[in-house]
Design a binder for this molecule. Structure first.
Ligand code: ZN
Length: 156
């Protein structure tokens, strides 16, 4: 098991373990390959299930039309229209794009939560809770570090 790099510890509040390791995904890389492809922050979240400290992601304030995609493999995850201000300090959505994400049961930290990961590379994204707004009642609580944002081209 790899150790967390020093210096990131102050930025992340924790690291959970979920049951995604046994699954296989269309996009697969070795741990060393992921380390090369990702920033230390992205690696800690996507591959080690870390949680970024709330309020640290620039994507919290992203309000333009567009698409949020997996930072690991580029899979489109959420449309900007489904983002809402949850007040948690993490980018929050009430509905993922169809086929974008998958979930597992996460029993780390003495809690039972539903872990959300990228359906294409298995990268950890965050958790989903049942206290979100209409129409789904779901709150996808995502780590901004796990995602990139592609603004919609307004000229189209
Ligand atoms: Zn991915």
């Amino acid at each position: 098991m790899a150790e967390r790099k020093s210096g990131i510890g102050s930025w992340f509040s924790g690291r959970g373990e979920a049951e995604t390791a046994a699954e296989s995904f269309p996009v697969q890389h070795s741990e060393a390959e992921w380390r090369q492809r990702l920033t230390p922050e992205q690696f800690a979240v996507l591959r080690q299930h870390a949680t970024e400290r709330p309020g640290t992601s620039p994507l919290n304030n992203e309000k333009r039309p567009g698409t949020f995609a997996c930072a690991g493999c580029g899979q489109p995850l959420f449309a900007a229209e489904t983002k809402f201000e949850s007040g948690t300090g993490w980018p929050s959505f009430f509905q993922p794009l169809e086929g974008g994400v998958a979930t597992t049961t996460d029993r780390s930290f003495f809690m039972t939560r539903t872990e959300v990961h990228c359906a294409r590379c298995g990268g950890h994204l965050g958790h989903v809770f049942e206290d979100g707004p209409a129409p789904t009642g779901l709150r996808y609580c995502m780590n901004g570090a796990a995602m990139g944002f592609a603004p919609k081209d307004e000229s189209e």
